[in-house]
Design a protein around this ligand. Structure first.
Ligand code: NAD
Length: 309
């Protein structure tokens, strides 16, 4: 993987045992973006995958890709906001594979709209999919998992559910709800054998962020994220793999920020590019702002001072 012009080591080391052998995972929203990366990574770790999505062409394409990797997969057309679809998604999984080990509640829709302009329709649509859809799929899966007395559920939240950000009225509230839902589920389902956690990604380059992030959004993220870049969808998938695997068997009710330090950040006034002068000019030229370079990238100390919050 190449990020910020730096060659990073593989996220998954070769020549070690597969981490999800024999497990069956439903991934909602797996036709595209982060969910697709999760489906690929989980299948490389030998899980059988249920691609649950409204996007039939890309959902089928994801299934074909997984099959080429040598594992089993099915596509179940699912609108997560519909109770009957959430139920059918779990039934189809049990009918085909006979068990359900992992649910990644990943599907949602983004929205960038100021509070004063957010309509009731915006609000309802975003919460119906982002929060109610997560609840419906989690409940349908958990009812099945508690009968088995095992299972892991990973809800995909967002840093927008933790920090106040412009334009994130409906989306941020949906994701804040996902975080609280995760904690309540964790408390209630622990004794029944189901582990529940959430991932809170920072910005990642996908269809969703491309449609909702303006150049001002991108510049603001680049300035405020200590690691100085957007995340890669494989980096979110790697976190989901960890939480889904037995390595995380004592991790429960946790909200894992995968955000380059955005949530932790406070005062930041040093010039990040100057700090890394030892990387050399060619790497610096490619670094940080290059992945999603805003029209007028400004990494100066002056700019850094301006964004201190
Ligand atoms: N991309 C980012 O910057 C970012 C940041 C933080 C959190 N997230 C979260 O990560 C998750 C994945 O986002 P992404 O960026 O990959 O988005 P994406 O738009 O690339 O993919 C979302 C997938 O969900 C599917 N989907 C949408 N509505 C659906 C519905 N009603 N039923 C079933 N499937 C539906 C879409 O068809 C698509 O395949 C989302 O929960 C998103 O909110 C993304």
């Amino acid at each position: 993987m190449k990020t910020n012009g730096q060659q990073l080591s593989p996220l998954v080391e070769p020549n070690r045992p597969y981490r999800l052998t024999g497990k069956v995972a439903i991934i909602t929203g797996a036709a595209n973006g982060i969910g697709r990366a999760m489906a690929t990574l989980f299948s490389q770790e030998r899980a059988c995958i249920v691609v649950a999505d409204i996007d039939q062409p890309n959902g089928q394409a994801a299934v074909e890709e997984i099959k080429r990797l040598g594992t089993s997969a099915i596509y179940v057309e699912t609108d997560i906001a519909k109770p009957s679809d959430a139920q059918r998604m779990v039934e189809a999984t049990m009918n085909h594979f006979g068990r359900l080990d992992i649910l990644v509640n990943n599907a949602s829709v983004g929205l960038n709209r100021p509070f004063l302009d957010t309509t009731l329709e915006d609000w309802q649509h975003t919460l119906d999919i982002g929060l109610t859809g997560t609840f419906l799929c989690a409940q349908a899966a958990a009812r099945c998992m508690v009968q088995q007395k095992f299972g892991a559920i990973i809800n995909i939240a967002s840093i927008s559910g933790q920090r106040g950000a412009q334009g994130r009225t409906a989306y941020g509230v949906a994701k804040a709800g996902v975080i609280q839902l995760t904690k309540v589920m964790a408390v209630e389902l622990a004794a029944l054998g189901v582990r529940v956690n959430a991932i809170s990604p920072g910005p990642v380059d996908t269809n969703q962020s491309r449609s909702t992030h303006t150049s001002a959004t991108r510049q603001s993220y680049h300035e405020r994220i200590p690691l100085g870049r957007y995340g890669d969808r494989d980096e979110i998938a790697a976190a989901a793999l960890f939480l889904a695997s037995d390595e995380a068997r004592f991790i429960h009710g946790h909200i894992l920020n995968v955000d380059g330090g955005y949530h932790a950040a406070g005062l930041m006034f040093e010039d990040r590019v100057a700090d890394h002068a030892e990387l050399g000019p060619s790497t610096i030229a490619e670094s940080g702002l290059s992945m999603h370079k805003p029209e007028k990238a400004n990494c100066s100390t002056k700019a850094r001072k301006r964004v201190v919050s």
